[in-house]
Design a protein around this ligand. Structure first.
Ligand SMILES: Nc1ccn([C@@H]2O[C@H](COP(=O)(O)OP(=O)(O)OP(=O)(O)O)[C@@H](O)[C@H]2O)c(=O)n1
Ligand SMILES: C[C@](O)(CO)[C@H](O)COP(=O)(O)O
Length: 259
């Protein structure tokens, strides 16, 4: 457990964990957040990653819309350590990530002033990254994202749709890589800023014009978002090969730490 961030900031810090996705890109099966990594559901790893920060005293898990009871049972079967005071709530999610986060925000207690939003699909984020995000919010940034430089060159293309789907896509540009960052979670926010963004743009999600991350909504408000260093182990489990990588990271941790 890190001691970089202590509980002396004004108000409490909560983590909302959207875990309501199906995991279509991972392939058929159990909803992604409930699939096992080293025998433990991905969601449990993500909850433990948030609870590892001494700053986080409340976790709100956003379950699949019809899966809140199953997720509650799973959490009860995998309790946090005896001395860990973190409270864990479960609420049902929505049809998009944005909608799920909005529903999770509604479960926050009044004394929460700082909110992290962390994908269940990023189960291995190290506590130092969590604490760096919290520290930046406590230092006054209304919105903070952890991010890494890109390893690949990125091309902007003209997507092929309809009858042309599958045909080669014309390249229309190459953004300067040094100016790009691959954004991870947890993203951290002043609570009022994040809630205002989600309330203002709630209908955008329903109309297919939602944001793929929470900071994107805050940007639409015109509020500054800043970047802190992310971590390679905070990668998102999206496709089958990511499961192999996640198991390898856990094996390396076991070998290094004996946990
Ligand atoms: N309606 C949704 C969709 C996604 N998520 C959550 O948002 C996070 C990031 O989404 P992603 O990795 O895209 O997960 P899925 O939507 O499950 O994946 P896919 O797009 O492959 O179906 C995940 O923790 C996922 O559970 C959510 O809470 N509610
Ligand atoms: C929030 C996020 O993980 C930041 O990189 C990402 O945008 C989630 O995207 P997805 O489409 O839900 O995979």
């Amino acid at each position: 457990m890190s001691d970089r961030v202590t509980a002396d900031a004004p108000g409490r810090t909560a983590a909302v964990i959207p875990a309501a996705g199906r995991g279509v890109r991972l392939g058929p099966g159990t909803p992604k957040a409930l699939r096992a990594l080293n025998g433990t559901p991905m969601l449990i790893h993500a909850v433990r990653a948030m609870a590892a920060s001494r700053a986080v005293s409340l976790v709100v898990v956003v379950a699949p819309p019809d899966g809140a009871a199953e997720v509650r049972n799973l959490l009860d079967e995998h309790p946090l350590a005896d001395h860990d005071p973190t409270e864990v709530l479960v609420v049902p999610g929505g049809g998009t990530r944005q909608e799920s986060v909005r529903l999770g925000l509604q479960a926050l207690t009044d004394d929460i002033t700082t909110v992290l939003v962390h994908d269940a699909a990023r189960p291995l984020v190290p506590v130092d990254t969590v604490d760096a995000v919290v520290a930046a919010v406590h230092d006054g940034a209304p919105a903070v994202v952890p991010a890494l430089p890109l390893a690949d060159t990125v091309k902007q293309v003209e997507p092929r749709t309809g009858d042309a789907a599958g045909e080669p896509e014309p390249v229309v540009g190459t953004p300067e890589r040094a100016l790009l960052r691959a954004v991870q979670t947890p993203q951290g926010f002043d609570r009022a800023t994040l809630v205002a963004a989600h309330e203002k743009f709630a209908s955008a999600a329903r109309e297919g014009e939602g944001a793929t991350d929470d900071a994107g909504l805050v940007e639409r408000l015109g509020t500054e978002v800043v970047v802190v260093p992310g971590h390679e182990e905070a990668f998102k489990v999206t496709r089958p090969l990511d499961l192999v990588l996640a198991e390898a990271v856990l094996a390396r941790r076991r070998a290094n730490d004996g946990f």
